[in-house]
Design a protein around this ligand. Structure first.
Ligand SMILES: CC(C)(COP(=O)(O)OP(=O)(O)OC[C@H]1O[C@@H](n2cnc3c(N)ncnc32)[C@H](O)[C@@H]1OP(=O)(O)O)[C@@H](O)C(=O)NCCC(=O)NCCS
Length: 120
C-alpha cells in the first residue's frame, strides 16, 4: 500500500532517499524532504508492507505528466518486484498522466515498460 509521506516518517524517508545515486549528505537529504513538505507539486509516498515501510517514491507533478524524481527499495527487499510495483501504483494513482524520468530514474522506467510489454 502506498501511503502519503508524513512528518512522523521523516527518518525512514531520509533513510530510503539516501539509497538514491549521488552524494547524499544529511543536509542534502533534509533539503529534499523540505522540498516535498513545502512544494505542493512534489509528492512523496512510502510503500508499507505489513508494519514496515520498505520503499519510497517521489514525484514532481506537471499538468499532463509527472516526473519520477526518487525511487528506492530497502536493500533487503530488492529484486522481488517492489520497484516495479511502485511504478505501477503511481500510474493507478495518476491515470491519464505520462510518467517521465530523470537521469537517475529513466532507465528503471524503461525496464518497467519492457516488463509490461513482455507480459502482453
Ligand atoms: C532501482 C530499485 C528501486 C529497484 O527496486 P527493486 O524492487 O529491486 O526492482 P524490481 O524487483 O521491481 O525489478 C528488478 C529489475 O530491475 C533492474 N534494475 C534495478 N535497477 C535498475 C536501474 N537503475 N535501471 C534499470 N534497471 C534496473 C534489475 O536488474 C532487475 O532486472 P531483472 O528483472 O531483469 O532481473 C532499487 O534497486 C533501488 O532502490 N536502488 C537504489 C535507488 C536507485 O538507484 N534509484 C534510482 C533508479 S530508480
Amino acid at each position: 500500500m502506498l501511503v502519503r509521506y508524513k512528518k512522523a516518517n521523516e527518518k525512514i524517508a531520509m533513510g530510503l532517499l539516501s539509497y538514491m545515486p549521488g552524494e547524499k549528505t544529511v543536509k542534502k537529504l533534509q533539503e529534499l524532504i523540505q522540498q516535498y513538505e513545502t512544494d505542493d507539486r512534489w509528492q512523496l509516498y512510502l510503500l508499507k508492507k505489513e508494519d514496515d515501510f520498505i520503499g519510497l517514491v517521489g514525484v514532481e507533478m506537471g499538468e499532463d505528466d509527472y516526473t519520477l524524481q526518487h525511487l528506492s527499495v530497502n536493500p533487503s527487499f530488492r529484486s522481488e518486484g517492489i520497484g516495479k510495483e511502485m511504478v505501477k501504483k503511481l500510474q493507478a494513482l495518476f491515470p491519464g498522466k505520462e510518467c517521465l524520468g530523470t537521469e537517475e530514474t529513466e532507465s528503471f522506467i524503461q525496464k518497467c515498460k519492457e516488463t509490461e510489454e513482455g507480459a502482453d
